[in-house]
Design a protein around this ligand. Sequence first.
Ligand SMILES: [Cu+2]
Length: 175
Amino acid sequence: MSKPYRNLLIIILAIFVAACVFFLSIYEIHENKLQNENQIGHKSLKVKNLYARVSSPSAKSGAIFFIIENGTDIEHHLIGARVNVAKKAELHTHSVDKGGVMSMIKIDGGIKLQPQSRAIFKRGGNHVMMMGLKNGLQNGETFSLDLIFDHKTLELEVSVDNEKSIQKHEHKMSH
Ligand SMILES: [Cu+2]
């Protein structure tokens, strides 16, 4: 084989190897994506494990907990909440100061949900705070909740469950 031909063969071989590496890496990215899709398991924006708590039937405030799953391929931005049983509903989180004292603060700017991700609203963490409950809430009572996103509003029904314990998988996912 003459030298120019051998060089050409080497170049063709190198291109072939590069192409193989390229397609393998694409395949890997595709595989990872599928695994994430399996984790969420649906292609929509969903709310799970939804419930509310009040400290007593006559309490003037209460909290709502849930998990939002964004199974879509776009970012969704939770910007607020609305309930018909209270004057006001706000997105809250807990913060701990230097002295270890826990207090609740409003989440400014809301919460952004990346495609194929979850946001967990749980006790001791993020929650929807209801302020100025009009008639109080009984255990087992249901009411409507609007979760307001930048592109859509989810209309949900919440039931008051004061006995609900903190869920095992909810706890695990917080780590
Ligand atoms: Cu709060």
